[in-house]
Design a protein around this ligand. Structure first.
Ligand SMILES: C[S@@+](CC[C@H](N)C(=O)[O-])C[C@H]1O[C@@H](n2cnc3c(N)ncnc32)[C@H](O)[C@@H]1O
Length: 214
C-alpha cells in the first residue's frame, strides 16, 4: 500500500503510546508487558493497512483483544484514527514489521491470525517476502497457540495457490477454502479496504482458514 509520506505521522502515533508501539524496545514497558502476558483471548492481523477489518472486529467482539501490526506509519495513522473515533479499548497497534516483534508475542501465544490482501510479490526472486512463505509460517508458529486459526484472504489467484501449497507443505490443514467469497458472501465477512477496491473492479476474492493442529 503506497500512501503519501506524512511527516507528522510518527509524532501522532507517539502521542498515543498507550495504544501504539513504534519502537521494538517500547514492548518492554510495563503496560505492554501486562498486555502481552494477560490471558485474554487475543487475535492479530499482520499488514492491517488502513484498519477497517480489525477495527470492525474489535467493535463486534469487545471480549477479544486485537493486535494490529502494520509496518507503514503513514498507513497506521488511519488505523489509529479509527480506534480513537470509535473509542475502542480492546485493540493495540504495533507499527513495526512482524519480523522484529514476534519474540515478544511468543511470550504468551495468540488465538488467531488474519492476513488480508498481503502484498503478492509476484517475482520468484521475491518469494521470501510473501507473508505465507514458510519462513513467515515458522514465525507465526512461534507466537500462535497450537490450535490457532489462520485466516487468509486475497484477490490474487497465484498468491492464493502459492499459499495453499506453502501452508500444506508446512503441515497446515484447511478448515475452509472459499474460491469466490463474494458469491453468496458469508454474513460475517468483513470487507477490507483492498477487498472493496478489488471487488468493485470485478476481481474474485479467495479465502482460506487453516490450522496446524485440531
Ligand atoms: C496490500 S496491503 C493490504 C492492507 C489491508 N490488509 C487491506 O486488505 O486493505 C498490505 C499491507 O501489509 C503491510 N505489510 C507488509 N509486510 C508487512 C510485515 N512484514 N509486517 C507488517 N506489515 C506488513 C504493508 O505495509 C501494507 O500496508
Amino acid at each position: 500500500m503506497r500512501m503519501r509520506n506524512k511527516p507528522w505521522a510518527i509524532d501522532y502515533l507517539n502521542q498515543h503510546s498507550e495504544i501504539v508501539v513504534t519502537e521494538v524496545d517500547d514492548l518492554q514497558q510495563d503496560v505492554w508487558q501486562q498486555f502481552i502476558r494477560s490471558n485474554d483471548i487475543k487475535h492479530i492481523e499482520v499488514g492491517s493497512g488502513m484498519g477497517r477489518f480489525i477495527t470492525t472486529l474489535a467493535k463486534q467482539n469487545p471480549y477479544i483483544q486485537y493486535i494490529s501490526v502494520e509496518l507503514d506509519k503513514n498507513v497506521m495513522v488511519r488505523v489509529l484514527d479509527k480506534v480513537l473515533e470509535q473509542n475502542l479499548d480492546n485493540i493495540r497497534l504495533i507499527c513495526l514489521p512482524i519480523e522484529e516483534i514476534h519474540d515478544y508475542l511468543a511470550i504468551n501465544p495468540l488465538d488467531q491470525l488474519y492476513l488480508n490482501f498481503s502484498d503478492p510479490w509476484p517475482k520468484n526472486r521475491h518469494e521470501k517476502r510473501r507473508l505465507t512463505h514458510h519462513n513467515y509460517l515458522s514465525i507465526y508458529e512461534k507466537f500462535l497457540k497450537d490450535d490457532a486459526l489462520i485466516q487468509f484472504k486475497t484477490d490474487n489467484r497465484k498468491l492464493f495457490e502459492y499459499s495453499l501449497i506453502s501452508m500444506s507443505q508446512y503441515g497446515y490443514q484447511f478448515v475452509d477454502i472459499n474460491l469466490h467469497v463474494h458469491d453468496r458472501e458469508p454474513d460475517d465477512n468483513i470487507r477490507t479496504e483492498y477487498e472493496e477496491k478489488f471487488s468493485s473492479k470485478g476481481s474474485r476474492i479467495y479465502m482460506l482458514k487453516a490450522k496446524l493442529n485440531e
